[in-house]
Design a protein around this ligand. Structure first.
Ligand SMILES: NC(=O)CC[C@H](N)C(=O)O
Length: 238
């Protein structure tokens, strides 16, 4: 088996969309991994970033404020140009091409997303009894520890979405097993359907849960490696 050294992520500069949500936790995680992180509140601050994180929070608020601060169009252009973006929870909703059950404002207009990721998400999907829960998840693509095993991810879900449909380009990285989805047995699919909670497609990565609040760093590390590999590919292509 050939192994490759993990790419050096220390020179990576990541912007964290900072209109609402748990911005500080993402900044701390990137910094703990040796990267540089800065809060993004205006379009000029997007210059020079190598990747972007859209935090957890409230997707309706993130949507409204992103548009109010004239960030939505530049962000959509950056996503289309291949900028690596990681969205956690509300951030996953913002990256989804479609929401199964979008909220509407007082005028009846549905919330919008930035899009880019060919998935349909359902907001607050785990139901009242399961609004917040924690579980251990198998997550593809993480490196083994010193014992040669890939340890599960301790995942915290807070009024989390699940991914209801994925397009052909989308790789599923983690699912909540059917037995965990609804322990109350009230959901019609209870005990029958595993739910997708982490995906990757090209330069876009999204999780329904919040690695930034548990001290879990491997998801951010994976994202930083996506950034470095892309930079290397780009330089190689010149
Ligand atoms: N923890 C979260 O990010 C919750 C997401 C929230 N339920 C939403 O729809 O935006």
């Amino acid at each position: 088996m050939t192994t490759f050294p993990a790419p050096d992520t220390s020179s990576v500069h990541i912007g964290v969309l900072a209109v609402q949500g748990d911005v500080r936790e993402h900044i701390r995680t990137v910094e703990a991994l040796g990267g540089r992180a800065s809060a993004i509140r205006r379009p000029s601050e997007l210059a020079g970033i190598d990747g972007l994180i859209i935090p957890g929070g409230e997707s309706t608020a993130i949507d409204k404020l992103t548009r109010a601060f004239d960030l939505a169009v530049p962000l959509q252009e950056l996503i289309a140009s291949g900028l690596p973006v990681y969205g956690s929870c509300a951030g996953m909703i913002m990256l989804a091409d479609a929401i199964a059950d979008p909220a509407t404002d007082l005028q009846g207009r549905p919330q919008q997303t930035l899009g880019g990721l060919d998935i349909v998400v359902r907001r607050n999907a785990f139901g009242r009894q399961r609004e917040s829960f924690e579980t251990e998840l198998e997550f593809s693509g993480l490196p083994p520890d010193s014992s040669g095993k890939v340890q599960p991810v301790h995942a915290v879900f807070i009024r989390a979405p699940w991914v209801e449909r994925v397009g052909p380009s989308v790789e599923v990285l983690a699912q909540v097993p059917a037995q965990t989805v609804d322990l109350t047995g009230q959901h019609p699919d209870a005990g029958r359907v595993a739910r997708i909670v982490a995906v990757r497609s090209g330069n876009l990565l999204a999780t329904s849960f919040h690695p930034e609040v548990t001290g879990e760093r491997r998801i951010h590390e994976l994202f930083m490696q996506m950034i470095v590999r892309r930079t290397v590919d780009h330089v190689g292509a010149l």
